[in-house]
Design a protein around this ligand. Structure first.
Ligand SMILES: [Zn+2]
Ligand SMILES: [Zn+2]
Length: 125
């Protein structure tokens, strides 16, 4: 038995990165333009908060994503605005956003990072 058989394993083991091909396919959900480099990904999570127990009314019909944007939060907000979502003034644009049911406005949603303790201050995105 021999261990000397040459197979060029080190060379074969080098993987050619396909990052460039992949990034070509990434478009910003906000402005529709190609994203150079790493997109900012935002997922909309249906997270149960203690003050708002889940009912049929807060069953989220939002696409959870992840949605991909340019790093500038304005691109996320223009996307949210196009969808008719509200945006919490106390929130930053983060990787994980939570949907906020808006009382009396069925089918309309606010988005918040959920990291503040004050009441949401929802405004048009
Ligand atoms: Zn964009
Ligand atoms: Zn909020």
């Amino acid at each position: 038995m021999t261990t000397a058989r040459f197979r060029g394993g080190e060379i074969m083991g080098i993987r050619i990165p396909t990052v460039f091909e992949e990034s070509d396919a990434i478009r910003c959900a906000g402005c529709g333009a190609h994203i150079d480099g790493t997109p900012f990904r935002v997922s909309i999570m249906d997270i149960v908060s203690p003050e708002a127990p889940p009912t049929w009314a807060v069953a989220v019909q939002l696409n959870p994503g992840p949605h991909q944007f340019h790093a500038d939060p304005a691109h996320f907000r223009s996307w949210a605005s196009g969808k008719g979502y509200y945006f919490c003034r106390l929130s930053d644009v983060r990787e994980i956003m939570r949907p906020i049911a808006i009382p009396g406005q069925e089918g309309r949603w606010g988005l918040c990072d959920g990291l503040h303790r004050e009441a949401h201050e929802l405004v048009a995105a």
